[in-house]
Design a protein. Structure first.
Length: 130
């Protein structure tokens, strides 16, 4: 193996070793998956997200970082596309993008709208598994 290729392999291994691994499951929203999770009592986070929204991007980074903790192994994060899934986000009484809604035991237990405070978002996530 060439020295350059060896260096690239080593660098890739270092990056992979330091990147957080999500314990939670992340999926695009669909009603059947949400309903099945609620019936099973699975902790769930609805993420109403717009690709162009900087607040959404910040929330996403916070959720992904927190969800690397093994305590979130059963958490299901379902992302609703704000631009393409209007009926879905309206069904949750959402009025704007960057809304996170937590469910536990089949019931909504909290929501955060247009908030980037990591402590608030982490508290919402923790409420799904505590």
């Amino acid at each position: 193996m060439s020295p350059i290729r060896l260096a690239l392999v080593a660098m890739a291994a270092t990056i992979a070793a330091t990147a957080p691994v999500a314990a939670a499951e992340f999926r695009d929203f669909d009603r059947a998956t949400f309903d099945a999770a609620q019936t099973a009592g699975r902790p769930t986070l609805i993420d109403v997200h717009a690709w162009w929204c900087p607040v959404c991007a910040s929330q996403s980074r916070t959720v992904k970082a927190a969800s690397a903790d093994p305590k979130y192994a059963k958490l299901l994060v379902l992302r609703i596309d704000y631009d393409k899934q209007k009926p879905e986000w309206k069904s949750f009484n959402v009025t704007k993008q960057a809304t996170l809604i937590a469910f536990k035991g089949g019931h909504e237990i909290g929501r955060v709208a247009f908030q980037t405070n990591k402590d608030i978002i982490n508290g919402l996530l923790a409420s799904t598994v505590n």
